[in-house]
Ligand binder design. Structure first.
Ligand code: NAD
Length: 298
């Protein structure tokens, strides 16, 4: 079994590190937060005093950090030149494409194989080991990373070269943000036009307006399969994280010279929702802001 350094044991990383330990790996964990370290210890990980100490003599490094600046800082200060050159480096955080490419370049220059491997799936999927990984990097890097990622997920897909995993993740979430916003406004309009939400769902989910946001994650309580809407919009995928991903997508679109008006509109809507206090609500709760007079059907 391999020795793996795991840096960043928050909501997502905590469950992922536990699954690597459960698979029999020797997981050496580091986080800045004491509570995260305690949880990792309880889940079978060994605790390190620093990121540098965690990467000593390992076969693999996994990072699950908040944003690009944390990822660049940890790799530059504590991983590159400190971990063995044979170690495969896997950053599973969701970060901007430019930083992902830059850190991968620096890793390659220092003699390491590195992949960006952001995930689809939330805290429950991280705990259950059912994440989907979108992987950017060389064929060699992908082959080395795959066996580790498979212990934390249900699907591991090679998206392309360095940065391609992040690109796939943020473009997918831009599409999700835009379809959720459109689905929310469709239900509000349908109700204002006198349609029963269940009836509208029955029709549209079998017609051309169908999307994952409607049929698998319906923002209306009591309609469609059970979703966060049925739990007061608690749990699920926080609106603040959707906003983060939309901002990353808009940044990437600007850098690439792509015209993304729907993504821009979704970003603006989620910004307004977060500003009004919706940050920790599930992202489908946007329906409550689309029309303040809208109330879920009894
Ligand atoms: P989190 O804030 O719960 O965890 C991040 C952890 O990183 C924290 O425990 C923090 O103490 C630690 N950290 C920060 N800087 C550090 C450093 N320099 N050294 C060591 N530890 C450090 O965040 P999360 O919800 O676990 O998300 C992690 C990443 O996964 C983010 O990029 C997020 O966008 C992405 N993501 C989250 C979800 C979700 O549902 N939460 C879903 C998909 C992707």
């Amino acid at each position: 079994m391999a020795k793996i350094a795991f840096i960043g044991l928050g909501n997502m990383g905590g469950g992922m590190a536990a699954n690597l330990a459960k698979a029999g790996h020797d997981v050496v964990a580091f986080d800045l937060a004491e509570a995260a370290l305690e949880r990792a210890k309880a889940n079978g990980c060994t605790i390190a005093d620093s990121a540098e100490a965690a990467v000593e003599g390992v076969d693999a490094v996994v990072t699950m950090l908040p944003a690009g600046k944390h990822v660049a800082g940890v790799y530059r200060d504590s991983v590159l030149g400190k971990a063995p050159k044979s170690a495969i480096l896997m950053d599973c955080s969701t970060i901007d494409v430019a930083t992902a490419k830059q850190v991968a370049d620096e890793a390659a220059f220092a003699g390491y194989a590195m992949v960006d491997a952001p995930v689809s799936g939330g805290i429950a999927a991280a705990e259950g080991g059912t994440l989907t990984f979108m992987v950017g990097g060389s064929d060699e890097g992908f082959v080395k990373a795959q066996p580790y990622l498979e212990k934390m997920g249900k699907a591991v897909i090679h998206a392309g070269d360095a940065g391609a995993g992040q690109a796939a993740k943020i473009v997918n979430n831009m599409l999700l943000g835009a379809t959720m916003a459109a689905t929310c406004e469709a239900f509000v309009l349908a109700q204002k036009l006198g349609l029963n939400p269940q009836t509208f769902y029955d029709i549209s989910s079998k017609a051309s307006g169908q999307s994952w946001s409607m049929t698998s994650y319906c923002p209306v309580p009591g309609v469609g399969p059970e979703t966060p809407a049925d739990r007061g919009y608690e749990g699920g995928f926080a609106a603040a994280l959707m906003l983060k991903d939309l901002k990353l997508a808009m940044e990437a679109a600007q850098a690439a010279g792509a015209y993304t008006p729907m993504g821009g509109e979704a970003e603006e809507l989620y910004q307004r929702f977060v500003d009004r206090g919706g940050a920790n609500k599930d992202f489908s709760a946007l329906i409550q802001m689309i029309d303040d007079s809208w109330t879920p059907p009894a």
